[in-house]
Ligand binder design. Structure first.
Ligand code: ZN
Ligand code: ZN
Length: 237
């Protein structure tokens, strides 16, 4: 709790896709740490990568189209519990993951399945038709993971810049200087997969505690602040 500033994380995975912890444990972890608003954004996956993983008998690590409404129902149920127990907002989301064409897009407040195989522009249009927020994920090379290749959105940023509501200027431990230099609308998220990812870059949003006000503040992007959420140091005797 920081006055009118809400402590937020809009990029969180659970064991429903490829995260380590089950949904309820993720909610309890963030709730107990005093977060004001989170979005659970498990992966949905492009058809080509999905087929490859099935062929190799690898874990899919994503929600399938036929399970998507069940996933949203689970999130809405947890959202109720998060609000009752912690006064924390849980906004249903998804990471629309195209590993073939190399773009990952967050949809915050998603209501219907969106096919990650679609072109990026079309995905963002569908997100907006659902009244959701579109965020360009980890849009440049990640220093912490070597030269990760998901930079399609950056490569074509001139055509995408006004399309997205915000770009990740920070993702977990990485800071994307290029996004700051371009003065794009920005947001900072943890891309949480493991418990230790909790201690990473987050966003403070100046907004009322409700999803519409938070979405409006992301679009407006005047009261958004990057915040490093650190582990408490043990008290010295
Ligand atoms: Zn991603
Ligand atoms: Zn992610």
């Amino acid at each position: 709790m920081l006055g009118n500033w809400l402590l937020c994380d809009f990029h969180i995975h659970t064991s429903i896709s490829d995260g380590r912890l089950p949904l309820d444990e993720v909610v309890d972890l963030y709730g107990a740490k005093g977060f004001d608003a989170i979005s659970i954004t498990d992966h949905i996956l492009d058809s080509k990568t999905l087929k490859e993983r099935q062929k190799k008998k690898e874990p899919i690590g994503a929600i399938k189209r036929e399970n998507f409404q069940n996933y949203l129902q689970l999130l809405w149920k947890e959202a109720e519990r998060a609000w009752e127990k912690y006064k924390m907002l849980l906004i249903p989301g998804a990471e629309i993951t195209n590993n073939w064409k190399k773009y990952h897009i967050l949809a915050i407040d998603i209501k219907e399945y969106i096919d990650p195989t679609l072109p990026a522009k079309k995905i963002v249009e569908e997100i907006h038709m659902q009244g959701a927020i579109a965020i360009a994920c980890h849009p440049h090379h990640k220093a912490t993971e070597g030269k990760q290749p998901y930079i399609h959105l950056w490569r074509y940023h001139k055509k995408y810049v006004t399309l997205f509501d915000a770009w990740e200027v920070a993702n977990r431990d990485d800071l994307f200087n290029v996004i700051g230099l371009k003065k794009f609308n920005y947001i900072a998220n943890s891309d949480f997969h493991e418990p230790w990812h909790l201690y990473s870059w987050k966003s403070l949003i100046g907004a009322e505690r409700n999803p519409e006000a938070i979405k409006a503040a992301i679009r407006e992007n005047s009261k958004v602040s990057v915040y490093l959420f650190r582990k408490e140091k043990p008290i010295e005797e």
